[in-house]
Design a protein around this ligand. Sequence first.
Ligand code: NAP
Ligand code: F7E
Length: 344
Amino acid sequence: MKKALITGINGQDGAYLANLLLKKNYKIYGLIRRGSTNRLYRLEYLNIKDRINFIYGELNEFQNLQNEILRIKPDLIFNLAAQSFVKYSFDNPTYTYEINCVSVLNILECLRRNKLFKIKFYTAGTSEMFGNISGKKKLKIDEKTPMQPCSPYGNSKVAAHNLTSIYRESYGLFACSGILFNHESPLRGEEFVTKKIVKNLVEQKYSKKTILYLGNLDSKRDWGHAEDYVEAMYLMLKSKKPFNYVISTGKTYSVREFFTKVAVKLGFEPIFKKKGKLEVCIDKKTNRIIMKTSKKYFRENELSYLKGNSIMAKKKIGWKPKFNIDTLIDDMISYELKNQNVQK
Ligand code: NAP
Ligand code: F7E
C-alpha cells in the first residue's frame, strides 16, 4: 500500500486531499499540532477522520519531523500547513515567515540529508507570490511571470517556492511548488471572503439579521473549487517530471460580483450605494441594509487583480477544473443551508 504524509491535514485542502488519496487507496498520515479545541470538523464532515493516522507536531520542529519521515517512509509528502491568511501576515510577519518558509526548508533538508530521493514532495505555493505584476495590463499569469509579492505572506511563499526549485535543481529531489490561485469550498476557513459572504447571507436570509461587513469590494480573484485543486496537487506528484505548475480557472471576478451572485441566488435584490469605505448594499425588496464596508477589513497593501493561465497544467498533467464560479457558489450555499436546516 502506498503511503502519503500530509501536513495541514485538518485545513481545507488537507481534508479534501486526504479524501481523494483514500479513494486511491493510499494509507494517510496527517501532521497536526496539538490544540485544546476540536479542529477536525472537516475530516469528520467528509467522514474520514477514523481512517487517518495522526502525528502530533509543530511544523518547525525539525527533529520530530525528521523522525516521523524516517519512520513512515512515505511515497508522497504534501506540505499544506501554513499561516495562510494574508491579512494576518501584515501583523505577524515573522511568525508567517517561519511557518511558511523555514518549515519547507526543514523538509527539503531532511530529504537531502537522509538521501530520500524516492520521496516525491509537494509544497503549497500561491498566486499571492506575483503581487500586482499583472494588475495594470490585466494579463493572465503563467509559470514565467515574474514574482513581486505585496504581502509578508506572499513573500514567505516566494522564499519557500525558490528553495523548492533550488533543491530540485541542485540535488535532484522530486520537489514541486504548486502555484495555486484562490480555491474555495464549503470547508473554507470562515475568515476568507467567499465563505464569509455565503455564510452571512444565508444567515441573513433564514435566521440572524446581522449586517455583513466587508473590505475592498473591487479586488478581483480567479476563484476555483478546492476539490479540483487537490486533484492538481496529486497529478503534479504522479507526473514523470517535477515542475511548478500554475493552477487556475482563467476567469476573474470582483468581490462585489461574487457577493452579488450569492445575494441574487438567495433571492435578494442588491443595490449598492455610496463609494469606497462608506459603501453599503441595500436589499431593494425589504429596503434593509445587508452589507456595509468597514475600514477594519481593508488591507495595508492590496493585491487587486488575479487571473491565471493553466495551459501548461492542462497539456502536461491533464488537469482541468470541473467547477465554475456558479457551481462553486451553489455548493457553498447548499452546505450553509444544510447547516441552517433549511429545506430548499
Ligand atoms: P487552511 O485551511 O488555513 O489550513 C492550513 C493548515 O495549516 C491547517 O491545518 C493548520 O492547522 C495548519 N497549520 C498552521 N500552522 C501550523 C503549524 N505551526 N504547525 C502545524 N500545522 C499548522 O489553508 P488551505 O486553504 O487548506 O491551504 C492549504 C495550503 O495552500 C496553505 O499552505 C496555503 O497557504 C496554500 N494556498 C491556499 C490557497 C487557497 O486559496 N486555499 C491558494 C494558494 C495556496 P490548525 O488547524 O492547527 O491551524
Ligand atoms: O481575500 C478582499 C481582500 O482573504 C480575497 C488565501 O487562501 O488566496 C487566499 O488569499 C479578497 C482580497 O483571500 C474582505 O482584500 C474584501 O482582495 O478571501 P481572502 P486572499 O487574500 O486572496 C491566496 C491565493 C492564498 O494563497 C491565501 O492563503 O477579498 N476582501 N473584504 C476581504 N477579504 C477577507 N478575508 N475579508 C473581508 O471582509
